[in-house]
Ligand binder design. Structure first.
Ligand SMILES: Nc1ncnc2c1ncn2[C@@H]1O[C@H](COP(=O)(O)OP(=O)(O)OP(=O)(O)O)[C@@H](O)[C@H]1O
Ligand SMILES: [Mg+2]
Length: 389
């Protein structure tokens, strides 16, 4: 005989379990809130430029800079939603298209994607670049009502595309009438990848997104918590603690939200009706562990060798100069090594990923300067990630 409770639906049973969450989706990265506290100035700056499109004038290009999790994508999408609303009401021919350049990594792909988003049937491969550009520009010919289309293109995470694919995309877009670009970047110096011929036609305005401080992060979390959690499940210090931890991580709102969501998940897992501060600390370890593991597992093998060498030197408590690192790396990679020059690129990339830090020290008069490298993540964590995958 099968017992009655085994025959109950497993999904129903799991779903009916008590949870601190009312609706978890409000803590998801993809959720775009109706209100973005402490970004009013940035939203207004974008709007101030884009508003020209409503009177049929192509707006200036804008560049949005700021560290990770400072609300760049959220603000751009928010401004887009509002502009689309009003342009529909006013019946003007303005479109805002969003492209994440980590998904479309070449000039061809971005332009093909734009054509597709606007209803043109352009394949992702097979045509020449000139053909794709031609199809794209065709869309700007006056339509039957004689109305010009103004297109604003948000190019999010543009850094890697520029670095790997050059500035051809910007060249093409800045030379297409009625197109305005809004590029979003993490690095203030991303313009080093843009040649003067393009720089001069990029009529751009810069908008800087400063990191959030702890108080600002608290305001952001308060609003989200209201939507996401049931009443009275949050201990008093949970939000301040998440905010303080994220403020230390360069004011990253995404990290703050991750901490809060993971703390809630830990409460659920422990069958607790309340989210305690300890869950936040646990969440921090959990997130950090996953982050490092993810990064390391996706690193190319030569970079893993560099990391291995760094680990070796760190455990021997040696001071790590780039020269010494290269010596050890060459040992480890046994003839399959890359040049000393490439190691510098690797070091830069590992630093951008936050796994290491470097500082330049002077060796005293006449002895020049040296780069000293330091691991920035927990040794145990790194070892686990390197050997267990
Ligand atoms: N002012 C804010 N109010 C509410 N939520 C915010 C605010 N700023 C950021 N967020 C939220 O924090 C998360 C990260 O923001 P966003 O993705 O816009 O950061 P970003 O600057 O684009 O980061 P990255 O450089 O890593 O792409 C998102 O879930 C976003 O909704
Ligand atoms: Mg973003």
């Amino acid at each position: 005989m099968i017992k009655g409770d085994l025959m109950d639906n497993i999904f129903e049973k799991l779903g009916g379990k008590n949870s601190v969450f009312k609706s978890k989706k409000y803590l998801d990265h993809r959720f775009l809130p109706d209100n973005l506290p402490h970004r009013e100035d940035q939203i207004r700056s974008v709007a101030k430029y884009w508003i020209e499109s409503l009177i049929g004038v192509t707006p200036p290009d804008v560049t949005i800079y700021g560290k990770t999790g400072t609300g760049k994508t959220a603000v751009a999408k928010f401004a887009r939603k509002q502009l689309e609303q009003i342009s529909n009401e006013k019946n003007v021919n303005v479109r805002v298209e969003y492209i994440r350049c980590t998904d479309y990594t070449t000039e061809y792909q971005v332009i093909a994607r734009l054509c597709q988003q606007m209803g043109q049937d352009v394949p992702y491969r097979g045509w020449t670049k000139a053909e794709v550009i031609h199809a794209f520009r065709d869309m700007f010919k006056k339509n039957v009502f004689g109305k010009n289309l103004i297109l604003i293109i948000i190019l999010d995470e543009i850094d890697i595309l520029l670095k790997n694919n050059g500035d051809g995309l910007l060249y093409t877009l800045t030379r297409t009438d009625n197109v305005a670009i809004a590029s979003i970047s993490n690095y203030v110096d991303f313009k080093q990848f843009i040649k003067p011929r393009v720089k001069s036609s990029l009529r751009d305005r810069e908008i800087v997104f400063p990191p959030y401080n702890a108080q600002q992060l608290m305001d952001i979390l308060d609003e989200r918590a209201e939507l996401a959690f049931n009443n009275e499940v949050l201990n008093n210090d949970v939000i301040p603690l998440c905010a303080a931890m994220a403020a230390k991580e360069e004011g990253d709102a995404r990290y703050a939200l991750d901490l809060l969501r993971t703390s809630g998940e830990l409460a659920d897992e422990n069958g607790s009706d309340v989210i305690y501060e300890d869950y936040v600390r646990e969440a921090k370890d959990y997130i950090e562990h996953n982050k490092v593991t993810d990064i390391i597992m996706t690193l190319p093998s030569q970079q893993q060798k560099v990391l291995e060498s760094l680990l070796y030197l760190t455990k021997r408590k040696e001071e790590i100069t780039s020269g010494r690192l290269y010596e050890v790396y060459k040992e480890f990679s046994k003839g399959d090594s890359v040049s000393y020059r490439r190691i510098f690129d690797f070091i830069n990339e590992l630093e951008l990923l936050g796994l290491i830090s470097t500082k330049t020290v002077s060796r005293g008069r006449g002895k020049g300067r040296t780069n000293i490298i330091d691991l920035q993540c927990d040794i145990q964590l790194l070892e686990d990630a390197m050997w267990n995958n």
